[in-house]
Design a protein around this ligand. Structure first.
Ligand code: CUA
Length: 337
């Protein structure tokens, strides 16, 4: 598990070489100028030392040429760093549309993860190699930070909102997962592993770990028990409340005259603080569900609403694993939530 340079962690994602290349460029530039400046400094100290006790040097009035040179060169170098860094940043933080989604909830001091196919994990994440994985993350208490050094990617996990992180692993293996934001007494123990598997192995792992209901199905049950159906329709077709079927990802006009994209954050806010962004044509009649639903349940409700197609039917479970064996092999982590 050693990379060719002993100073950097193993390189196991499509980002790794990009981040490393920039890192080595920054180190190279820094080293070059450190050597150049200290070398010239030492040379001048010796070359222009005072040779007689009352020596007075010839005054220098300044040079526009020199001033321009040492302004333009650093500017150009700084701009290459900025442009290069910005490009990598946008790669890192703009998740692709066709990624496999995993929900992550951080809490003191563990990571709870759930696959869209229902499998739950604690402090471990199994993913297939060569596939894009998108994490939709929030926390139950304080700020944490999801950090996988081998993938060269990390993101804060913040209470009350969703942050996303994505990666594509290029090598199978087991990689460290750290919490990289001080979050209390056992912060240093808030670690785990990302296990990257061959796609076939991963499918086997998925089918060996059925037993959890999918977030979307759990969300559907919640949708009924919380009474969402009485206003939004049994299948999200709408009624006294706005239509939810097919709404996800669309731009919705608001009562305030503005508009909002229906994404995870918008649905979350609308459940906890329904008056914040009323859909055009609807009054402030929805009660808040603040304190009645946990972060896990919010994730499930969102997964259900996401799954509602415009036809009003929930999407079919995507994984063949789901159809294989219902509830016969409970996941060891299932009851730990
Ligand atoms: Cu969680 Cu540090």
């Amino acid at each position: 598990m050693q990379s060719w340079i002993p100073l950097v962690p193993e390189s196991a994602s499509t980002f790794s070489w990009q981040v490393d290349a920039l890192y080595f460029y920054l180190s190279g530039v820094t080293l070059f100028f450190t050597l150049l400046i200290s070398g010239v400094l030492i040379f001048f100290v010796i070359r222009y030392r005072r040779r007689t006790p009352y020596e007075i040097p010839r005054p220098i009035a300044g040079s526009h040429k020199l001033e321009t040179l040492w302004t333009v060169i650093p500017f150009v170098i700084a701009m290459t760093m900025f442009g290069w860094g910005a490009r990598i940043y946008f790669n890192l933080y703009k998740p692709p549309a066709n990624a496999i989604e995993v929900y992550v909830v951080g809490k003191q001091w563990m990571w709870k993860l759930q696959h869209a196919t229902g499998q739950r994990e604690i402090n471990e994440l199994h993913v297939p190699v060569g596939r894009k994985i998108k994490l939709i993350m929030t926390t139950e208490d304080v700020i944490h930070d999801f950090f996988v050094p081998a993938f060269r990617t990390k993101a804060d996990v913040i209470p009350g909102r969703y942050t996303t992180l994505w990666f594509e692993a290029t090598k199978t293996g087991r990689y460290h997962l750290f919490c990289a934001e001080y979050c209390g007494m056992n912060h240093s123990g808030m670690t785990g592993s990302v296990i990257v598997m061959e796609p076939r192995e991963f499918d086997d792992w998925l089918s060996g770990n059925t037993g959890g209901t999918t977030p979307a199905v759990a969300g559907q049950q919640l949708y009924q028990t919380l009474g969402c159906a009485s206003c939004h329709g049994a299948n999200g077709e709408g009624g006294r409340g706005p239509r939810l079927a097919g709404a996800f990802g669309k731009i919705s006009p608001l009562e305030s005259g503005q508009s909002a994209r229906v994404d995870e954050a918008y649905i979350r806010e609308s459940i906890l603080n329904p008056q914040a962004k009323l859909v055009a044509g609807f009054g402030p009649i929805m009660p808040t569900f603040q304190g009645q639903v946990s972060e896990d349940q919010l994730v499930q409700l969102i997964a259900y609403i996401k799954s509602l197609q415009a036809s009003g039917q929930p999407a079919q479970a995507a994984s063949p694993a789901q159809a294989a064996s219902p509830a016969t092999a409970p996941s060891p982590t299932r009851n730990l939530r």
